[in-house]
Write a protein that binds this ligand. Structure first.
Ligand SMILES: *[C@@H]1O[C@H](CO)[C@@H](O)[C@H](O)[C@H]1NC(C)=O
Length: 221
């Protein structure tokens, strides 16, 4: 027994590096051990955990904004089912994205923190969700652009090739799961905004234009 203890001590001294194996070796059979290096962390992902957490929280906040906009357009006075559908879908996909981000953070050895906020994020309470159709599309476009730029920011952090930060796996995840879809979404909203603005240019027929555009949204989504 004594010889095993001596051997353990010797092995522990021989491996001073911070790796899981050394934690296991140096614990050497004792019950209460803290295997602090035995986790899924590697590369630069843990350097951007705060950014990823904030990004997930931003998605949750925007998802609720979109949901409020959807219910506003869905009420009996507004009665714009196409706009309701547009913002409802966007709310759902933004919600799914936040779940995906949280799963990704934990996959890379991090933990979700629902309080993490970047200081640049505006508080949601100041916003009003009862908007006219064109204003709502404009806000949708701005928000989608902001979310897309958020992904670009994190991507920039992990592709700097700076020691400890470089992590193409995070970059690739963002590209695959966010960036291509975000580009399409920004393009769609820019198109809707432009179309509706042109339709509303005909002053005598704004009600009809809005009705037709709403119907188009209902059918195309
Ligand atoms: C979560 O984020 C908040 C705000 O950034 C911070 O104050 C808090 O310490 C964080 N909690 C954990 C467990 O990291």
């Amino acid at each position: 027994m004594k010889s095993i203890a001596v051997l353990c001590a010797l092995v522990a001294v021989a491996f001073a590096e911070d790796v899981c194996y050394n934690d296991v070796v140096s614990s050497c059979g004792s019950k209460e051990v803290d295997l602090k290096n035995c986790n899924a962390k590697y590369g630069g992902a843990h350097e951007v955990v705060f950014e990823l957490q904030s990004y997930a929280n931003e998605h949750i906040a925007r998802s609720f904004d979109y949901l409020l906009m959807a219910t506003h357009f869905g009420n009996y006075e507004k009665n714009r089912e196409g706009f309701e559908k547009l913002f409802r879908k966007l709310s759902d996909s933004t919600w799914e994205d936040s779940i995906d981000l949280i799963k990704y953070i934990t996959k890379r050895g991090g933990m979700m923190n629902f309080s993490a906020r970047k200081s640049t994020q505006e508080p949601a309470s100041e916003k009003t969700h009862e908007l006219y159709e064109l204003h709502a599309l404009a806000r949708g476009l701005d928000t989608q652009k902001k979310l897309a730029e958020g992904a670009l920011g994190i991507h920039g952090e992990v592709t700097r090739r700076h020691e400890g930060y470089h992590d193409p796996e995070v970059a690739s995840y963002l590209e695959e799961h966010f960036m291509h879809r975000q580009a399409k979404s920004v393009r769609d909203f820019a198109g809707y905004t432009s179309d509706l603005q042109k339709l509303l240019g005909e002053k005598s027929q704004t009600s009809l234009s809005l009705f037709l555009f709403d119907e188009y949204l209902q059918k195309s989504l």
